[in-house]
Design a protein around this ligand. Sequence first.
Ligand code: ARG
Length: 269
Amino acid sequence: MSKVERKWFYLVFAVLVVAIVAYLGYNIYQQQVYPTVTSIKNKGVLIVGTSADFPPFEYVNQSGAIVGLDIDIANAIAKELGVKLVVKDLSFDALISALQGKQVDLVIAGMTITPERSKVVDFSVPYYNASQAVISLTTQKFSGVNDLKNKKIGVQTGTTGESWAEDNLVNTSVIPESNLFHYDKLSDALLALKRGDIDAIIIDEPVARMFVRTVSGVQYDFGIYTGEQYGIAINKDSKDLLNLVNTVINNMKNSGQLDSLVQKWFGSG
Ligand code: ARG
């Protein structure tokens, strides 16, 4: 190599090294920071975590697709971002850690805004009001908490229904702790009910109403007023994403689009 050639060689080499280091560094940086509007746009996909066992908010339809009111809201957010929507189906109890571990960009799962959860994640403005309810097989009817004395009760792990049952059934000795059965997926709680392993399930009232319409042999026993509100959970460091999500929800509320979606997914009856 001549002197000039060597100079060029070193120059090209140095530029390459700088480019590679910069590229790797940028990738590591991207993986470490919480999702932002820009990082999601760059990625071209919005990854949403849910637990698809909660009709009509999110469930797997006959063609195997995850659909529902929450998925429609997620689609509106993806559209606003100009990216594709990817839905990850996890167990409800795993959603907040998936969000913190950055496996998902946001969580939309009929998740109630609670003070405990608000310590670790941010919530969007509320988009739906709900309470709890008791459902059972039509073979035995429960009219109030007293009827649940020593019954076997199913709840979904990590839910507000589970906390309600712990506070109001176990801690008050209506049932022994061993009579509270915890399920990762609501579908498993329903199977247990059908098998007769448990007497009743405590779940969110709108979902209870949907189950009694669609699952034969299951009835609505009574409602438990808890005054809950659903919100979309977002990492505390993703404030620009939170703002965008709030704008989308507020627009959907003001335009009447949210009401039409509720109508679409709950129908009449
Ligand atoms: N609203 C209740 C809670 O936040 C139950 C939500 C369950 N959601 C679901 N997709 N299974 O704890």
